[in-house]
Design a protein around this ligand. Sequence first.
Ligand code: S3P
Length: 469
Amino acid sequence: MVRGPGVAFPPSFREVALSLSAHSAKLVAHPVGRLQGRVRAPGDKSASHRALMLGALALGETTVSGLLEGEDVLATAAALRALGAKVTHERETGLWRVRGFGVGGGREPADVLELGNSGTSARLLAGILASHPFTSVMTGDASLRRRPMRRVIEPLSRMGARFEGREGGRLPLAIVGTDEMVPIDYRLPVASAQVKSAILLAGLNTAGETTVIEPEATRDHPERMLRHFGAEVRVAPADGGGKRITVVGWPELLGRDIVVAGDSSSAAFAVVAAAIRPGSDITVENVGINPLRAGLYQTLRDMGADIAFENEREIGGEPVADLHVKGGVLKGVDVPVERAPSMIDEYPILAIAAACAEGTTRMLGLAELRAKESDRLASVSAGLLANGVKHEMGAADLVVHGTGSAPAGGGLVATHLDHRIAMSFLVLGLAAREAVAIDDGSPIETSFPGFAQLMNGLGARIGPEIEAA
Ligand code: S3P
């Protein structure tokens, strides 16, 4: 359950602070009063990966503005370059340009594809690599090498590709692709937009129609963006419930101009920080509010949070709003289990909101959290324990008992190479009685470069420095 020294018996903040050095990857968040100001959410990670990948599979030039320049997306850019796409960044305008190789036109990479911490890169690229007639090898950091890949290996093998990986189909993984893939009708065994995307991407270089049956709706960025690039994608009700998503093979995709909206999963950290600090008043601009991603905001409203969607508009085919948040005292709720796919990345930060709320919050149906950048149920539970928050963790659920007053804090949290664990517990530190430290802030770079600066601009106190008590 709990790994690493000092977690079962959390060290005091002073002990933690004294062990910090200016160059350490450790970060500390100090308790603050209210947060105030306006910030802009960084680009959406899911849309950024897909814009680059579809740009590579298109002919002609794709431009992308608002791209998330986090390590995960940069790993995708590097892999696409290795496959023959020209991916460049214009410093003056911030615009990214992709000159694609077209469906089926990629070349064998000369070296192993190093994907760092990025599960989205690995799973989606598997679909592209499987449907090209060459052999490639993907690897990643210790977190990515632990993550399950069978979920994409299984359907892509049925289509005709071959895979050689470590036990359990983990990275490093060799993929022997083919351009003679056969179309499948595949029912997703887990609610996963990554698996759906991998199959649809493979379906692009497959003759005929490839169908994914999705019993529970997951984020629909792949469908929206495939259509935007000119692919034929049909969505129909599936027998027994859910959706049948069909892509027609061998389309001619054409380069497009893409504007990436802000990431609702990243915005969530500032939104929760403000919602749990009474008197706060912040606006996070340019946040994607696609209903298949926005489950957290509904849940926070159920908890009594004051969150207004202002200036609602459409950007790049996605609904977007400026989120105006006022702080107060939240109440515990039961989160409907069917909401999980629309907020799957937000349970760590919801657990922080729950720790500060009055009453019990029950979060169920969370088995998938164990397959994220870390075992997120275990990481959240250990972090709550280290900071004096009463809770129970089950195999697939988490129940957090808030008291309505500030949690004790003062703990050191192990982030296990997981950006969302890192950011969530820094938010806890803003609202706790004593500062909260995380052992490693470096994973934040994967999805939210500049997180600490952005939060500090709102009045947070996050940094590596030792501050006098
Ligand atoms: C993502 C889908 C989700 C999510 C991940 C990004 C995507 O994963 O957790 O951060 O971009 O498709 P699953 O598909 O495994 O649920």
